[in-house]
Design a protein around this ligand. Sequence first.
Ligand code: SF4
Length: 363
Amino acid sequence: MKFVEEYRDPELGKRLLERIQKRSHKPARLMEFCGGHTVAIFKHGLRQLLPDNIEMLSGPGCPVCVTASADLDKAIALGRLPDVIITSFGDMIRVPGSRSSLQKARAEGADVRIVYSAQDALAIARDNPEKSVIFIGIGFETTAPTIAASILQAEQERIKNYYVLSLHKVCPPIMKAILDLGEVNLGGIICPGHVSAIIGSHPYEFIASDYKIACAVSGFEPLDILLAVDSLVEQIESGQPKVEIAYRRGVKPEGNAPAIRLMETVFEIGEANWRGIGPVPSSGLQIKSRYEKYDAARNFTIDPGPTLEPAGCICGNILRGVSTPPECKLFRVTCTPEHPVGPCMVSSEGSCAAYFQYGEKNI
Ligand code: SF4
């Protein structure tokens, strides 16, 4: 099965659904960690196709959504410094911070540019040697290696005006933090596909062994997700949780060693601030002191001011899986993709945006 169409084959999907329906008897609450999975599940209407005893919850796997307001305020404050160019992935610039957004800062005169990769940001630094070019580094283990590579390249080329504000986060510790909060009683977790392509499946083993929760790594096509659900159901029904890779074409148990090495060369594990959860030890990637000259957090003095959360927004609860978007009083009323109040409505991988766009098929 090499081509995308084969992973959308309705006949195979029907057979998989029949198998799930046949062997799923126990109530099973499953969380998809990754925002990409949330969108795929909604887009293909998978929630309503699954048996009633299977409940699907969305987790904190959207990088834009989990960026804390306090961190966003830092990015905005950096953008207001003289002779600074802020470079960022597109969705980030629309997310409201405590008092502004990168988009509003741009309208007020800040030089904020959308880039598609850290390499684009590095190119801007190369072309503007008189400016300080700061890349707002968000994302999980999937994006961190490429951003590490940009720092190494900056060093190799002796580019002195390139900086990264590292807001990167790592997945397994936040999964543990959510389980330790004890707010959601999960039977299974659909583990992220792209992150697992880098870190492999071994880092999730504690979830099966210590928390007795089933795990399946999934790809992003409908059959990938159904295959992962089928694996979770099988584990739950047999009472034997483990970590299964239901995305063999993308993920190896040991992950991608060169990418991990790249990440470990430039970054070290440290605390990260998660929207709705707060600071979580060992859940972020900070730039090592060896590369501190590229670290925006160490090289600029800013006063981002006190942090305010968007009034009425329950993104934090949604990211922890304890609320769903329709439970937010602002959903579809004052919060829409055109006028988002919180990040879960801004991001293309956000739960609120997915409910807004595909909700009717899934509620
Ligand atoms: Fe926040 Fe809007 Fe989602 Fe409500 S609907 S939780 S305000 S993003």
